[in-house]
Design a protein around this ligand. Structure first.
Ligand SMILES: NC(=O)c1ccc[n+]([C@@H]2O[C@H](COP(=O)([O-])OP(=O)(O)OC[C@H]3O[C@@H](n4cnc5c(N)ncnc54)[C@H](O)[C@@H]3O)[C@@H](O)[C@H]2O)c1
Ligand SMILES: [Zn+2]
Length: 366
């Protein structure tokens, strides 16, 4: 297929957050054309490709060749795969190596990988020479539908996840759906937790579509990713810096989800799996505090199960650790809980009347 034929099948989504405007390109076979797409956006030459070991093995060669044939000079910086690499120390090491490689203010960063790579490469781009452009090439479903959109970048510390970071929007996001073919099933499915979250908080029609989801329908997948980018960017656009509360809606299922992730030492559950459990609790609390019809909670639980996402904790899971972990949550402001509830599928709001004992009750049924 020649470049023109490929071009026709690329879907372009314009996103804007205040003065920040950029495009998400979405389609199949885009990695081979990366150089062309980036060239249209940036007149620079030197760039850092930040990626992880797994992704480097799979896609680095293709990306590098395409970039070089468009006149770019890429240098590879690969970190070990996994959340453990998302640290300030690792970000510092990458910066030092970039300096040693002669990358300056005229260079830019390409983040090629899942959410971990997206977050740390975006953070490096935000601080390197006080900020250089960032191009996101997400390679997991979760990164395409969630982490690559919205400009939040950062790293974890021992005290909690994403406690250090910066807002730094990418200049361009390129989603090549072909890359998802090598994604392990568990990683693919966890992306659906965020998709289902978006459907619950903002799009009842998407929820219906998911209920009759068929695997291997690439057109449906493209439409789904597109719709999720629109949902997330619309919510973010209304509250780009996470100040007025609108963006908080995206935390549906995350208050408890993050606590479960932490209680499992970030090893037991993937982010999306912990969010799936958090969604189950958020639905239970929504029945009590927002009038969510119990039948709709059941529909949510069914849908999560359809994508092999957990809806129960293992019986031996140390539940008390979940409550200890809750206090690290950034949403607990001055001891008050800003909990996101859904009154019906397709809508969400912040509730100030949710108590810790509501959360305990909710976790007890997991
Ligand atoms: N910035 C945000 O707004 C935001 C939002 C949601 C989540 N996040 C962050 O995203 C991270 C989770 O992202 P993730 O789930 O993508 O994890 P990840 O980046 O660790 O990727 C998961 C695994 O899949 C591998 N992988 C990636 N792409 C692959 C491919 N195409 N084929 C085969 N293997 C591949 C990776 O090497 C890794 O082992 C967390 O750190 C979370 O905090 C950030
Ligand atoms: Zn999430």
């Amino acid at each position: 297929m020649g470049p023109d034929a490929i071009e026709e099948r690329v879907s372009k989504i314009a996103v804007s957050f205040g003065s920040e405007r950029y495009r998400v390109l979405l389609g199949e076979g885009l990695l081979k054309q990366i150089g062309v797409y980036v060239r249209r956006r940036l007149a620079r030459q030197a760039c850092a490709i930040i990626t992880d070991g797994n992704v480097a093995r799979l896609f680095h060669k293709r990306v590098r060749e395409s970039l070089m044939s468009a006149g770019f000079k890429p240098t590879l910086f690969a970190i070990p795969a996994g959340e453990k690499s998302k640290t300030l120390k690792q970000a510092g090491t990458i910066c030092d190596r970039m300096i040693a490689a002669g990358l300056d203010r005229q260079s830019f960063v390409i983040g090629l990988g899942g959410g971990v790579v997206g977050d740390i490469s975006g953070f490096v781009a935000a601080i390197y020479c006080r900020g250089i452009p960032h191009i996101q090439i997400p390679t997991t479903l979760l990164a395409m539908v969630d982490s690559s959109i919205g400009g939040k970048t950062g790293v974890d510390t021992r005290a909690g996840k994403n406690l250090i970071g910066a807002f730094h929007h990418p200049s361009l996001v390129i989603d090549d759906l072909d890359v998802l073919k090598t994604l392990p099933r568990r990683d693919f499915n966890q992306g659906f937790a965020e998709v289902i979250k978006h459907a619950i908080i903002a799009d009842a029609k998407m929820f219906k579509k998911l209920q009759s989801w068929k695997e291997n329908d690439s057109l449906a997948l493209q439409q789904l990713v597109r719709r999720n980018i629109q949902v997330k960017s619309k919510i973010v656009a209304e509250d780009a810096c996470d100040r007025t509360g609108g963006r908080a809606l995206l935390n549906f299922g995350h208050t408890v989800g993050h606590a479960i992730e932490r209680a499992g030492d970030y090893r037991k559950f993937l982010h999306g799996e912990a969010v799936s459990l958090g969604i189950v609790v958020a639905c239970a609390i929504s029945i009590k505090r927002a009038g969510l019809p119990p039948g709709q909670r059941d529909a949510v639980v069914d849908l999560l199960q359809r994508f092999d996402l957990p809806i129960r904790l293992p019986p031996d899971f140390p539940r008390e650790k979940i409550f200890n972990a809750l206090k690290f949550d950034k949403k607990f402001e001055n001891g008050k809980i800003r909990f996101i509830v859904s009154p019906r599928i397709g809508a969400a709001r912040v509730a100030n009347n949710v108590t810790l004992s509501d959360i305990r009750e909710g976790v007890a049924v997991l």
